[in-house]
Design a protein around this ligand. Structure first.
Ligand SMILES: Nc1nc2c(ncn2[C@@H]2O[C@H](COP(=O)(O)OP(=O)(O)OP(=O)(O)O)[C@@H](O)[C@H]2O)c(=O)[nH]1
Ligand SMILES: [Zn+2]
Length: 200
């Protein structure tokens, strides 16, 4: 879908913007009124941004910053903000991603972990798949001893419509390699639960 949005010809003949004009009309609004006249163009831009992950390659991003480092304790990058769109309603879900791995000779540049989250969040998603994709991408790039990913998110499709539950949030996890061992998994989860102390 994003490929189509980003396609130069579709931008040239404004067909995507025509779709949004049609949508506005079908919702019962006048697409020519002052406040809405530029809306199709804005929505096109916004949707292209919110789905830009389809144009990005996780492996390529990680390969740009791999370092040989002799370190075999857990590396955790936690509280990475995430905004995505649920593939069922195309409404936002958002929250935090916590990523950990135990290296096996190679570490990945820290910022690339956050970039990786963006690659998979900026698509139409379900939380479970995104969780798994982040874990698999790290696994494929550096073959670590193990990887753990936890995502905590709120889904607007459950809050502003549907069942309308304002306080529920969804937690998903993907554990690969040594993170499937009880002790490693528990260490990761307890580090995720505790706020960073002292230094920050
Ligand atoms: N597993 C999973 N489900 C999701 C996610 N995002 C949204 N959903 C769910 O997708 C389901 C779609 O269910 P349907 O019954 O087809 O759609 P619906 O009638 O709009 O469902 P309600 O939201 O219950 O009104 C809903 O239960 C949503 O809560 C996600 O990331 N993971
Ligand atoms: Zn939804």
């Amino acid at each position: 879908m994003s490929k189509v949005l980003a396609d130069k010809d579709s931008l040239k003949d404004h067909s995507t913007q025509e779709l949004y004009r049609e949508l506005i009309t079908r919702l019962g609004e006048d697409p020519n009124r002052d406040g809405l006249i530029a809306t199709p163009g804005r929505v096109e831009k916004a949707m292209a941004y919110l789905t830009k992950g389809y144009q990005e390659d996780a492996g390529e991003i990680l390969r740009a910053a791999l370092f040989d480092v002799d370190y075999d304790e857990m590396v955790i990058v936690k509280d990475v903000e995430m905004f995505s769109l649920c593939e069922h309603h195309m409404l936002p879900f958002f929250g935090k991603v916590h990523v950990a791995y135990i290296p096996n000779g190679k570490v990945v540049g820290l910022s690339k972990i956050a970039r990786l989250v963006e690659v998979f969040a900026r698509r139409l998603q379900v939380q479970e798949r995104m969780t798994r994709q982040i874990a698999d991408a790290i696994s494929d790039a550096i073959a670590p001893q193990g990887v753990g990913v936890v995502i905590e998110a709120r889904h607007l499709c459950m809050m502003m419509r549907g069942i309308e539950k304002q306080n529920s949030f969804t937690v998903t996890s993907a554990m690969v390699g040594c993170f499937q061992r009880k002790e490693t998994r528990s260490e990761f989860l307890s580090l995720v639960r505790n706020p960073a102390q002292g230094y920050l």
